[in-house]
Design a protein around this ligand. Structure first.
Ligand code: SF4
Length: 228
């Protein structure tokens, strides 16, 4: 399979009954408010080129952001912060992301998530994480990442077992998430540089816990480690 074929299969996934119900309920209820747009309401595939050497991993699509636009981090405040920073360090062709047809392209970078459907309260269950981890394992098998930047502790927890399954040596005890954390994981397909960054949620960006400068700094280190 190619990454494109994987993405095409992913958007038809209905494996998690609770998340299927939620993503479709939100789409039904909110469609009227965004009448001029198609409201996606389906699994959101990874965004960015298949030969990306840097991966950015969040947790799950936001109900009114990616679940609406069908494109990772597109259409909400978290994405505004992320894409502005990516553009500032040369990883995105424009600083804003409004809808799936706005022309945004990522440079050497792909954004994906351990859970591809919007969960209620942004909280997937362990079962849902486990199930959707299969998609991420399949994606990782097709990509050749040299560095991964994980946004937030939940994404970090969800990603480590998937990286271990995908052939990278994850130390025991597992490395702890911290903003600016950096761990090098040896692997059959070459080492992987893992970086932690606070999530770009409004809770972090509005309070100044995560500033644009802090985000750009980790992005820049991850991009250098990935050779982008
Ligand atoms: Fe499928 Fe993942 Fe969505 Fe569950 S969360 S329905 S596994 S795409």
């Amino acid at each position: 399979a190619t990454v494109g074929e994987l993405d095409a299969a992913l958007v038809d996934c209905r494996a998690c009954p609770r998340l299927v119900a939620w993503r479709e309920q939100v789409a039904r209820e909110k469609r009227a408010a965004f009448r001029d747009q198609e409201y996606w309401g389906r699994p959101v595939p990874g965004l960015g080129p298949a030969d990306a050497s840097l991966l950015i991993v969040g947790l799950a699509p936001a109900a009114h952001g990616a679940n609406r636009t069908g494109r990772m981090f597109t259409g909400d405040r978290s994405g505004d912060v992320l894409f502005a920073a990516m553009h500032a360090v040369g990883l995105a062709t424009q600083p804003t992301a409004v809808h799936a047809g706005d022309g945004l392209e990522l440079v050497g970078t792909r954004i994906t998530a351990p859970v591809h459907c919007a969960p209620p309260d942004n909280k997937p269950t362990p079962d849902e994480r486990e199930r959707c981890g299969g998609w991420l394992r399949a994606e990782l098998a097709l990509l050749r990442p040299r560095a991964v930047m994980v946004l937030g502790g939940f994404g970090w927890q969800a990603l480590l077992p998937v990286l271990a399954d995908a052939g990278w040596a994850v130390p025991r005890p597992r490395p702890k998430f911290a903003h600016g954390a950096h761990v090098e994981l040896p692997g059959e397909r070459g080492p992987l540089h893992l970086f932690g960054c606070y999530h770009v949620s409004q809770q972090n960006t509005f309070t100044g816990r995560l500033t644009p400068a802090m985000l750009e700094q980790v992005l820049d280190r991850a991009a250098q480690a990935a050779g982008v």
